[in-house]
Write a protein that binds this ligand. Structure first.
Ligand code: ATP
Ligand code: MG
Length: 338
């Protein structure tokens, strides 16, 4: 049984207040403000380089922001770092573990570092080993574990000390489907009594685990909303991926695709010497593949692949930007605040 200390306030267990992080002239995170309450699992979304990892590292107390404040359970993370940091567990994007240590030995070491009382350490370890499904590998060397098990060790170390705030940077990357399902179920469960923020590039993951999303772009919060709001805005949309063999076809293919009725947002998603892949957004009820094939045959452009799929998070992001979803959300939020 995991016991969590009652937080001082139930609202805003995490508060980011105008947090900015600059590298030279570049803003990795700019004026970022948001709150996370206990019991919330937040999906932190945004394209590559949006600033997710930077914001999460700041929240984990890895480094200070250039300006702004982070309040963790009422404590200023950078005024009282020692005390505040105990309230947050962090699973980094790349989990760096000690390959020559055994799982148990490593978790004991983490428990000591986190200042757990020596008499509580055995119990604390048992609990986290069992919770993260590590019982079978507890005596194995970390360096010999599979990626999935190493990820679980990463999660176990984040959970030691039962911090009320969990920061998980792409927690399911590199895991197999079974491991992904297990880790997602675990996170969902952990989130019931904590404040969890997790970054991901996988949209179904957000629907499965999170109750709210915060979208960031170029270091700034574009919007936050419930998962249901995000889904309702995306329902009935899907993508068709079309691949042609080489750059010489790009212009004509793009022209053909843009003219097909029902096709929106034609965009090159991958470009290699011998392959160009386009992504087009369509409504779900019409399968445009026969139409696309017909036009390509008529224009004598060879096609390597035509595939229907869900919109990727990047596509969705662009769609939301284009549709003005973020402006609408910001207005709704501004109204709610007044
Ligand atoms: N140590 C650093 N020095 C200079 N620039 C950095 C550093 N760390 C990150 N950046 C820059 O800050 C921006 C935000 O990076 P960050 O890693 O936070 O993005 P991210 O949203 O986590 O991306 P991804 O989805 O690829 O993980 C990027 O433009 C990145 O190049
Ligand atoms: Mg990242």
């Amino acid at each position: 049984m995991v016991t969590i200390r009652k937080p001082r306030s139930t609202e805003g267990l995490v508060r980011f207040e105008s947090v900015t992080k600059r590298y030279g002239n570049k803003f990795a995170v700019e004026n970022l403000s948001f709150e996370i309450a206990q019991g919330e699992v937040i999906g932190f979304l945004g394209p590559n380089g949006a600033g997710k990892t930077t914001a999460m590292r700041i929240l984990a107390g890895y480094f200070s922001p250039t300006s702004g404040r982070v309040i963790l359970d009422g404590m200023d993370l950078f005024r009282e770092p020692q005390r505040a940091k105990r309230h947050v567990g962090y699973l980094p994007e790349v989990v760096r573990l000690y390959p020559d240590m055994r799982v148990r030995e490593y978790l004991r070491y983490v428990a000591e570092l986190k200042g757990i009382r020596p008499k509580d350490i055995p119990m604390e370890m048992e609990e986290k080993i069992s919770l993260c499904g590590l019982t079978d590998v507890e005596h194995r060397l970390i360096g010999r574990l599979s990626k999935g098990f190493r990820q679980r060790v990463g999660l176990a170390q984040a959970l030691i000390g039962d911090p009320p705030v969990l920061v998980l940077d792409e927690p399911t990357t590199g895991l197999d489907p079974k491991q992904i399902a297990e880790i997602r179920a675990l996170i969902r469960d952990l989130g019931k009594r904590r404040a969890v923020i997790l970054s991901t590039h996988i949209l179904p993951e957000v629907s499965m685990i999170c109750n709210r999303v915060i979208m960031i772009h170029q270091g700034k919060v574009l919007a936050s909303g419930t998962v249901r709001e995000l889904e309702s805005c995306l329902k009935d949309r899907e993508a068709i991926f079309v691949t042609v063999p080489g750059a010489q076809y790009q212009e004509t293919a793009e022209e053909i695709l843009s003219k097909i009725s029902g096709v929106e947002n034609v965009r090159v998603v991958e470009r290699h010497e011998n392959e160009i892949q386009f992504c087009l957004e369509t409504a779900q009820d019409e399968d445009l593949r026969p139409e696309i094939t017909k036009f390509f045959v008529e224009s004598k452009i060879p096609v390597l692949e035509i595939r229907r799929d869900q919109l990727t998070l990047e596509e969705i992001f662009l769609k939301l930007l284009k549709d003005g979803w973020f402006q609408q959300r910001t207005k709704i939020e501004a109204k709610a605040e007044t």
